[in-house]
Design a protein around this ligand. Sequence first.
Ligand code: IPE
Ligand code: IPE
Ligand code: MG
Length: 245
Amino acid sequence: MSLTSKNNGAEENRQVPQHIAIIMDGNGRWAQKRGMPRIAGHNSGMKALKEIVRACSDMGVKYLTVYAFSTENWKRSFEEVSGIFKIMVLYIHKELKELTEENVRINVIGDLSRIPSDAQKAMNHALKTTEENTGLTFNIALNYGGRSEIVEAAKKLYNEKTGSGGSLDDITEEEFGKYMSTGGVPDPDIIIRTGGEMRLSNFLLWQCAYSEFIFTDIFWPDFSPEELAKCIDEFYGRHRRYGGV
Ligand code: IPE
Ligand code: IPE
Ligand code: MG
């Protein structure tokens, strides 16, 4: 897939994107291609993630949101699911010190209550350890689904409004957005999906309204800071109109 700029020479705004979101897809196929078990792909995927987090932090990106496990990924074998969470725990243990030194703040979106308890513990520890950090916010979407997020936001808003005698008629998009798990975070400027599929798979459905989509055939374990730089270049060439002219 071509990642070259399509700006036709127009003057571009080269500000570093504030918020990059990534659907890290293709771990299984990466492994299959090498005759390895799928879990080996998830393991290599974590190594790729480590490099991308550092690259975003070094570039001065404010928010990086990665899709690590969807509400639909429970459909996979027990072996694969438990392997994915084991790799996550390992990642946190190995990388937390460096992430802290890099001033990265870890945040989780999605329903943590249903994931294995050691993964929950590792994540909560990571959240606590990095909560004061002021650099890159590294958002991990874990047991996350965009539709469920919207439904939960609606329920919460409804309960608060009716509980306080407020009116549902006054709800604005802005107010509704604050009830999403990304409340307060600007919407992603770019959503990158690796692995060749061109779909969202239930990721950031509310937040993606005006995101620039970039799809690449590269499998996630092969995605490098150089590939990220190409995606950002492609983004610089896009003309965001937000409905204007
Ligand atoms: C993405 O890679 C990681 C998760 C969904 C956890 P996949 O495991 O979906 O890899 P493919 O799409 O099967 O190659
Ligand atoms: C999306 O990838 C979820 C993550 C990357 C965590 P999937 O591999 O689950 O998506 P589908 O099944 O191809 O739509
Ligand atoms: Mg996949």
